[in-house]
Design a protein. Structure first.
Length: 363
């Protein structure tokens, strides 16, 4: 069984990876979703609902006619951009290389294959699989829409993001800001004739870093990071008419997005600020029974205690906890996330599948 399962997971993963399912190729996201739907559609006992919102395809497959399964497996079929050659996967040294192998078509392959197995059981367990098409863009039309607007619910969600078989129970929220500081142009030799917005930025940045000093090593704290700074000037001897700055804010549950925006505004009182993205983070109590049972099953099958951790970036799991549902990220081992050296370990895919199968068996 293990060899056959291994071969099936390799085939499913590499098939999915050949779809160039980036935001720039929505037809390929749709094609990947069609592939998943066709795979599930050939399995008796699975109920499939296709969802599309603002052109973004998603699907939900359940083993019962319900919109609230006890366990929801969650994944995404979109990937970040990559050179064309990375969409032709290679398999060697026990790994699958290429775009989407680790994030997260390997996990999706394991969850698809698990649904095929679960559909043969009598009675069938109360499990669903949710696949989205826009996680890499923040998930507004995929998982968010399905949870907040389309009414899907569950008791517990496992999002198959790559976690090296550890359980991620908390992720930071994110706020992206665009800020503009107005200036008055003048000759660089006569600064008194103008108003330089760069100095306004410098003074405000000092105030901001006093409240949120940037950490020099990894720390679980809110960070406010300037990422792009550009002026409207085009000459070395001219005071610029404006300064534009973008901020990437990653916040813990101790801070709300609104309060952080107000803090930035207070530090730059003359600035015009636009919030281009705002979202809460994943927050789940690791002591919840479902989380502890996943940890126990994982520890038993791997022969080592299961590690818990918190992550600085986000995932679609946050949409579940925002609506009061428990959710964690849990997935296979790999490396090279979003890089040209992305890979997933095949043995870890088999292990991921086996752990999920054992978890469901104990429901």
């Amino acid at each position: 069984m293990t060899d056959r399962l291994r071969d099936e997971l390799i085939t499913l993963t590499t098939d999915l990876m050949r779809f160039r399912s980036t935001a720039a190729h929505p037809d390929q996201i749709m094609a990947a979703m069609d592939y998943a739907a066709a795979y599930l559609g050939d399995i008796p006992g699975i109920f499939i609902e296709r969802v599309e919102h603002n052109g973004v395809p998603s699907l939900v497959a359940t083993l019962h006619k319900t919109r609230a399964p006890a366990l929801m497996l969650n994944g995404h079929l979109d990937v970040v951009a990559a050179p064309p050659e990375l969409f032709e996967p290679t398999v060697h040294d026990g790994r699958i290389y290429g775009r989407g192998s680790q994030d997260m078509k390997g996990s999706v392959a394991a969850m698809l294959r698990l649904m095929k197995h679960l559909a043969t059981l009598d009675p069938r367990p109360d499990v669903g699989l949710q696949l989205a098409g826009d996680e890499e863009l923040g998930g507004p039309n995929g998982t968010r829409f399905m949870i907040e607007d389309d009414g899907w619910r569950c008791d517990f969600c496992i999002t198959g993001e790559p976690t090296d078989m550890q359980i991620c129970y908390e992720q930071k929220g994110a706020v992206w800001l665009e800020m503009e500081l107005k200036g008055t142009p003048a000759h660089g030799s006569r600064p008194w004739d103008g108003h330089n917005p760069i100095f306004d930025y410098a003074r405000g940045l000092l105030r901001l870093t006093e409240q949120f000093p940037p950490p020099t090593e990894e720390a679980w704290q809110t960070t406010i990071t300037p990422t792009i700074v550009s002026s409207g000037g085009n000459s070395r001897n001219q005071i610029p008419p404006a300064l534009r700055v973008t901020f990437d804010i990653r916040h813990t549950s101790d801070h709300s997005p609104d309060a952080l925006v107000q803090t930035v505004q207070a530090c730059f009182p003359t600035a015009e600020i636009l919030v281009s993205k705002s979202g809460t983070g994943l927050v789940t109590d690791p002591h919840q029974a479902a989380v502890q049972r996943l940890a126990a099953v994982t520890a038993q099958l791997r022969g080592t205690p299961t590690a818990f951790y918190r992550e600085h970036f986000g995932s679609d799991a946050r949409f579940f906890t925002a609506q009061g549902m428990a959710a964690v990220c849990f997935g296979p081992h790999g490396q090279g996330l979003h890089s040209e050296e992305e890979w997933v370990e095949i043995d870890s895919l088999v292990e991921f599948y086996t752990i999920l199968q054992a978890y469901v068996a104990g429901m």
